[in-house]
Design a protein around this ligand. Structure first.
Ligand SMILES: CC(C)(COP(=O)(O)OP(=O)(O)OC[C@H]1O[C@@H](n2cnc3c(N)ncnc32)[C@H](O)[C@@H]1OP(=O)(O)O)[C@@H](O)C(=O)NCCC(=O)NCCS
Length: 216
């Protein structure tokens, strides 16, 4: 999300479990047989739920922000009118196909109030996924994204049965790297001029985590 150099929003992709992780390297991710259950995830301060149509105006409000667009792969600025509804409409089919799982981030006490998004884009072949996210500007630097990332990483490993979750950020976006590190991911390296954003080729830093790594 993906959305890390965030794949969001455009359809993200992901995978899936049964109630237990994939047993061995021969087992198949859940998405190939049945979709993961669409259940909200509760954390200490947040509720992570699926997006609904009525989130569209807030998606457009929060994402019409040049800094968010600048740090993400597929978000443009200005954010297009109608783009929120268009994006949200992709979520359920992608979820059903096991291609991606995107959650709306909301305060636990106000589950209809959207403050951000986080998701996993699945690579079925390799049983891994890319984590992506964004938060509305007024909610930055309060630990919300880290809290959501930890929960979605847990979902990816325990519910989807993934073996690896990775993410990447443009070097000029250290806040995102902080989220990855605080969520327990390990910095794995740097890809030179790996992405092109608004016509400029930029270096990205890769983070990754394996299902057996400590999640504290
Ligand atoms: C990246 C983003 C999702 C982080 O969300 P958040 O809720 O503010 O994240 P958290 O509060 O959990 O953690 C942010 C950390 O970055 C740190 N930080 C913020 N700006 C920073 C900067 N310029 N340099 C270094 N660290 C920075 C914060 O201090 C915090 O670390 P701390 O808890 O050790 O103090 C948010 O800034 C955002 O939406 N940015 C635009 C979209 C984006 O970059 N998406 C990810 C693409 S890879």
């Amino acid at each position: 999300m993906s959305v890390a150099l965030a794949v969001l929003p455009t359809p993200a992709t992901i995978h899936c479990k049964s109630n237990s992780p994939m047993a061995n390297s021969e087992s198949q991710p859940r998405a190939e047989t049945e979709p993961a259950p669409i259940e909200p995830i509760q954390t200490q301060r947040l509720l992570l739920r699926t997006f609904v149509e009525s989130d569209a105006p807030r998606v457009e409000l929060l994402l019409n922000d040049k800094e968010i667009a600048s740090n993400t792969r597929r978000i443009d600025y200005p954010y297009p009118v109608g783009g929120g509804a268009q994006w949200i409409a992709t979520h359920q089919p992608a979820w059903q196909a096991g291609d991606s799982y995107i959650f709306a981030i909301c305060p636990a006490e106000n589950p209809s109030f959207l403050i951000g998004a986080i998701g996993l884009e699945i690579n079925k072949l390799d049983h891994n996924a890319e984590l992506g996210y964004w938060m509305g500007r007024e909610f930055w630097n309060q630990g919300f994204c880290t809290e959501a990332a930890k929960a979605v990483i847990e979902f990816g490993f325990e519910t989807l049965g993934l073996r690896r979750i990775c993410s990447e950020h443009i070097t000029r976006n250290p806040a995102s790297g902080k989220v990855m590190a605080k969520a327990g991911m390990t910095r794995e390296g740097l890809r030179r001029k790996h992405v092109r954003k608004w016509g400029v080729f930029e270096d990205v830093i890769i983070y990754g985590m394996l299902s057996g790594d400590s999640r504290r």
